[in-house]
Design a binder for this molecule. Structure first.
Ligand code: ADP
Length: 167
């Protein structure tokens, strides 16, 4: 079973085999963590993403990490659900993002993977509910990944993920 950790920081600085991007379906980049990853990986990421688009909510695909610093070798792009009140299948789609990303990580042979708090920014998912789903899903998935790092960008997200990890 994978070790699950919570850290606070910028996911583009994480020394792991693969980082997960909270992308949009076009895979051409956007704001938030998506923008930060595209900035750090360089323009080839957009080209590689566009060639794989569209990626549907709940699914994940991988590209090389291009200009991201080693040891990062892969970017796994997953598309979270847009929050529409909670009755539109958002929870199942968010869980699917974590599950599919780990399946893709397994197919790449990645042993350490960092996740941002998918959907909790521009897509509006309530961060407390998202933290619960993130922790429960990564804990329940059967994977060859040995280290799963949940990366919180701010203090509130860090506190919510830490609390979810303790239950
Ligand atoms: P989404 O569209 O899936 O909501 P966002 O990028 O808007 O994606 O937000 C997802 C989460 O990523 C938010 O909690 C946001 O604070 C966080 N975030 C933004 N930039 C970074 C970064 N460089 N590293 C890690 N997390 C980040």
């Amino acid at each position: 079973m994978a070790r699950v950790e919570v850290v606070r920081g910028d996911i583009t600085r994480e020394a792991v085999d693969a980082i997960v991007n909270a992308a949009n379906s076009s895979l051409r980049g956007g704001g938030g963590v998506d923008g930060a990853i595209h900035w750090a990986a360089g323009p080839r990421l957009k080209e590689a993403g566009a060639a794989l688009a569209p990626c549907h909510p709940g699914d994940a695909v991988a590209t090389p990490a291009f200009d991201l610093d080693p040891p990062v070798r892969h970017v796994i792009h997953t598309v979270g659900p847009v929050w529409r009140g909670g009755a539109a299948g958002e929870a199942a789609l968010l869980a699917s993002c974590y599950r599919r990303s780990l399946e893709v990580a397994d197919s790449l042979g990645a042993r350490s993977v960092a996740f941002p708090a998918i959907s909790t920014g521009i897509f509006g998912y309530p961060p407390d509910q998202a933290a619960r789903i993130a922790v429960d899903t990564v804990r329940s998935v059967s994977t060859q990944v040995e280290l799963i790092r949940l990366v919180a960008y701010d203090r509130p997200a860090y506190d919510l993920l830490t609390a979810a990890l303790d239950v």
